[in-house]
Design a protein around this ligand. Sequence first.
Ligand SMILES: *[C@@H]1O[C@H](CO)[C@@H](O)[C@H](O)[C@H]1NC(C)=O
Ligand SMILES: *[C@@H]1O[C@H](CO)[C@@H](O)[C@H](O)[C@H]1NC(C)=O
Ligand SMILES: *[C@@H]1O[C@H](CO)[C@@H](O)[C@H](O)[C@H]1NC(C)=O
Ligand SMILES: *[C@@H]1O[C@H](CO)[C@@H](O)[C@H](O)[C@H]1NC(C)=O
Length: 487
Amino acid sequence: MEEGGRVSWVRYGPLVSLLVVLLALWFRSPQNEVLDDRLDTVLSSLLRAEQKVGMNNVARPKVAVGFGGCVDLIVDGVTLLNKIGLPLTDQPLHHDYIVNMEQLAQSFAYFFAPGAAAERFMLNDTLFSELVEASRDLPGNRWAVGGNAPVMAGRMATEGCDVLLGGSFSPDFTDVLSQHITVAGTIVEEPDIHLILEYPSGASWGNYTSRRANRYIIHSDDHNPYLASMEEFAEKLDNFKPDLVVVGGLQMMDNFPFQEGERHTLLSRLADLLSSSSPQIGIHFEMASFVEESIMEDLLHYVIPHADSLGMNEQELPNLLSLLKGSNITVLSDPNPRVATVLDQMREVYRILNQRHRDAHDAGAKGKSLTRLHVHTLAFQAMIVTRGSQWKNTMSATAKASLTANRHVCGSDDIDPNKARLIMDDSFSVSRREGSQRIPLQETRPVSCWDEDDYEICVAPVLVCTEVYQTAGGGDNISAAGLVLQI
Ligand SMILES: *[C@@H]1O[C@H](CO)[C@@H](O)[C@H](O)[C@H]1NC(C)=O
Ligand SMILES: *[C@@H]1O[C@H](CO)[C@@H](O)[C@H](O)[C@H]1NC(C)=O
Ligand SMILES: *[C@@H]1O[C@H](CO)[C@@H](O)[C@H](O)[C@H]1NC(C)=O
Ligand SMILES: *[C@@H]1O[C@H](CO)[C@@H](O)[C@H](O)[C@H]1NC(C)=O
């Protein structure tokens, strides 16, 4: 994919629209019943795959998760923007960060129409407070524990792990956390608030219509960018003896107005922390929406070389790959990529990062090879896991990640096939290379796994939720759910 995500997305745009139309026609046809049967079979098969491995007979795995956290204020995005009277724009534009209403409108329009997940720092405190105030009494708003680390911690605690969570929270925040979560961090009085502008598929704002459900997140953190809990976390880590360390939430540093050198100091401290942990302990890094090139470079230098495992979505994958290949960051990619495209990108990321690792190792640098890569998309879950590495149960983990996607977005542990549909094709090609093998989607064995080079690949279709409760935090729930079966 030399040309970068945006171009290919534009190229496939008409095809996607055509597919949507065909799909709509198909849904109305008498074939509906066949389709329902198919969904039921895929669901029961995924559930069977998920339950194939349990954690019941082992002691609770221990997972240490950093950093930070916030209070999410979740609102319907269009309702909020209409309420504050945000002037419409006919110019969707990418901005690294937001300073005023006009930029907010442009940036929102840029991601809203394709339905791509985005997260932006707001440099204007006044505007941020105005938005929060307007959201407080918006009908249907919700408050929730937010931030990558607490959401992943919560999911892992629910799935049977004991968790050490690195974050500085207010006392009432700590109160609502699971009893299986121990907090390492200082107490803060005013927690950081993240404003989550959710929108369903087909929502309209001005003359823009969203092509899929997603969210646009605005934050203006005071605590999280400084990884304020890192020292307390580091102190408790030795005694806690984790089986797995998970790092997320670093995107709060993106475009934050740090003093000169401050970010380097923080990230090199983090690199020390990660590289000093015993090599047997797995380290997972959950990517997120980054747009500042220099912080991505920092991640490639300080964080990614120490991770055995990476998790990311369909936007973050091409972004990372593009940077690894020496090109610019891709701000917006196809929100509905094909399996073949994603697998090719994953193979390349895996290959380049492991090549870098070997080069660094030869030069005497510390670091680990990448043995696990999990990409979560709307339509499917994909994993690459090195054969013979510490990660177990890849097939079941992929199934669990897929089921978690529906559970999270629909907001219910019980999956209702009436609120789900399959948008992955009947078969998929394993690569965009000509003559590549096609794998049919078998309803009774929906997770396809096969070997290549030194790794195994697994792909599972997602039963895409059609009655969206929440998209924000989806990636964290999904990644965490996939990890728990692999420790
Ligand atoms: C939205 O409407 C305005 C004014 O009618 C027009 O100039 C603009 O091109 C439209 N934008 C899109 C994306 O259709
Ligand atoms: C910040 O937002 C406020 C409220 O919308 C606005 O009046 C002000 O001009 C903005 N500041 C800058 C620097 O744009
Ligand atoms: C990359 O970004 C730089 C700076 O924003 C720009 O000058 C350059 O043209 C971009 N290169 C590509 C290949 O888009
Ligand atoms: C996602 O994780 C959060 C935090 O643990 C939890 O509150 C939420 O219910 C999860 N979503 C689902 C549907 O499990």
